[in-house]
Design a protein around this ligand. Structure first.
Ligand code: PNS
Length: 169
């Protein structure tokens, strides 16, 4: 065995969960910061069957893998179920979430309290870079659907996938 576990120290793992439909520069900012704080960062694409996404889950995974490859310690997986079960199965003690504004806080606090109550998994909030405080996947999709320019809000490969998908419909 090589790496931190072989030296008797604990591998520090965290997860950045979301729908990532699509991943935006705001998500990427949080994932890159988490990747500097933890040994291993999982990006969990949580599957919500009642929410029809724009991009297929496999396409989201592929895009996230491409744009996080440079960090070197990020693993990308899809999961259908409770986030705490994803964490339990992979021995992940911490969830990292970005907070864009106070308006995010109420719901995020509820989820954090539910998750720690269910399983003891902690949630750590990271303040979003103010450049992205207005940014969401939903807004990106809406603006792109009507032909607006989102090239400064998503990585180039994501822009390409978004345009391809929107031109198809
Ligand atoms: O990008 P999103 O859609 O805002 O992310 C929300 C997400 C996927 C992180 C949240 O809905 C979630 O954790 N879903 C997994 C199911 C679950 O564990 N639900 C209980 C949350 S307390």
């Amino acid at each position: 065995m090589t790496g931190p576990e072989s030296e008797g120290s604990v591998v520090r793992r965290a997860v950045c969960p979301g729908s990532f439909d699509p991943i935006t520069n705001g998500h990427l900012d949080i994932i890159s910061r988490a990747s500097r704080l933890y040994d291993e960062v999982y990006v969990a694409v949580m599957i919500n069957k009642s929410k029809k996404g724009l991009l297929e889950v496999d396409e989201r995974l592929d895009l996230i893998r491409q744009v996080t490859a440079e960090y070197g310690n990020v693993r990308v997986e899809a999961f259908h179920g409770l986030l705490v079960d994803f964490c339990k199965q992979r021995d992940i003690p911490a969830i990292v979430k970005g907070l864009r504004a106070v308006s995010d806080f109420d719901y995020e606090l509820q989820m954090a309290q539910m998750n720690i109550g269910l399983s003891g998994v902690e949630t750590l909030f990271v303040p979003t870079n103010p450049t992205y405080s207005f940014l969401s996947s939903s807004l990106v999709k809406e603006v792109a659907t009507w032909g607006g320019d989102v090239s400064h809000l998503v990585p180039p490969v994501v822009l390409e996938a978004l345009n391809k998908r929107l031109r198809k419909d």
